[in-house]
Design a protein around this ligand. Structure first.
Ligand code: NAD
Length: 255
């Protein structure tokens, strides 16, 4: 129903999890998809799946934390097509309280989760202005809103994703640029599987159940459910929506 025909979308972290699902969904609705990912093999896998469904996609090796790298790739894409949509999805997690979070952890989380959004949004906004409009969707988290226990650095960076969203939305509403965030609760992706394997070896099934029960709805979200919300917010049908944060969390924040 929500068509992205004739749109060009950049999706960071489209090689895995939520970003992969967003890439597949956008391509299925007609968008030309450009995946920027540090894991080029994973990004190429997503491209193959899109092409198998007759969609259009390209994979680009990119570290979103590296401004030069981001600028070069976005300029290259802009020479081929006029960019309409940016989904800032690439992100990394970290477990720890303020006491167990080292300075190097703070720098890494800042560089990917905050500077990555800054780099990609800054490069795309200058293209959007030339094209007389555009849409940015940022992957925040329930951690942006309430702070999650033992996730000090992650919560900090995701809080900043939200305030960057509001600030960009205000500054560029005059340029026909919409900017929104979505705040997922726990969604079953390799991000979650990796967390369980690393922190609870030998207790994977038990932990999967325990984590599912922390969501009021009794299960984790599916990447496709997040992708459907992303599709709506990036489509022209959401043309009156900007500067919002939309929780998609099985009731975690509100219940
Ligand atoms: P994931 O780990 O499955 O996938 C993340 C992708 O980003 C990977 O392909 C990875 O290679 C890429 N990536 C990581 N660092 C990068 C960098 N510096 N440059 C370019 N690409 C990079 O993650 P996911 O679970 O799909 O999460 C996606 C986003 O959603 C993240 O921003 C995450 O914080 C957010 N989120 C996830 C959940 C969840 O429960 N899964 C909940 C709330 C928010």
């Amino acid at each position: 129903k929500f068509s992205l025909a004739k749109k060009t979308a950049i999706i960071t972290g489209g090689g895995s999890g939520i970003g992969k699902s967003i890439s597949l969904t956008f391509a299925a609705q007609g968008a030309e998809v450009h995946i920027l990912d540090l894991n080029i093999e994973a990004a190429k896998e997503t491209v193959l799946e899109i092409e198998a469904g007759n969609g259009r996609a390209q994979a680009h090796l990119c570290d979103v934390a590296n401004q030069k790298n981001v600028n070069e790739i976005i300029q290259k894409i802009a020479q081929q097509s006029s960019i309409d949509i940016l989904v800032n999805n690439a992100g990394i997690a970290h477990v720890g309280t303020i006491e167990t979070t080292e300075e190097a952890d703070m720098d890494k989380l800042y560089n990917v989760n905050i500077k990555g959004v800054y780099n990609c949004a800054k490069a795309c906004i200058s293209e959007f202005k030339k094209n007389k409009g555009g849409v940015i969707l940022n992957l925040a988290s329930v951690a942006s809103c309430v702070g999650i226990s033992d996730r000090f650095a992650y919560s900090m960076t995701k809080g900043a994703v939200l305030t960057m969203t509001y600030s960009i939305a205000k500054d560029y509403i005059k340029d026909n640029i919409r900017c929104n965030a979505i705040a997922p609760g726990r969604v079953h992706t390799p991000f979650v599987d990796g967390f369980i394997q690393k922190n609870y070896p030998g207790k994977e099934d038990e932990m999967f159940e325990a984590l599912s029960k922390t969501q009021p709805i009794g299960r984790m979200g599916k990447p496709e459910e997040v992708a459907n919300l992303a599709l709506f917010l990036c489509s022209d049908e959401a043309g009156f929506i900007t500067g919002i944060n939309y929780p998609i969390d099985g009731g975690f924040i509100s219940l």
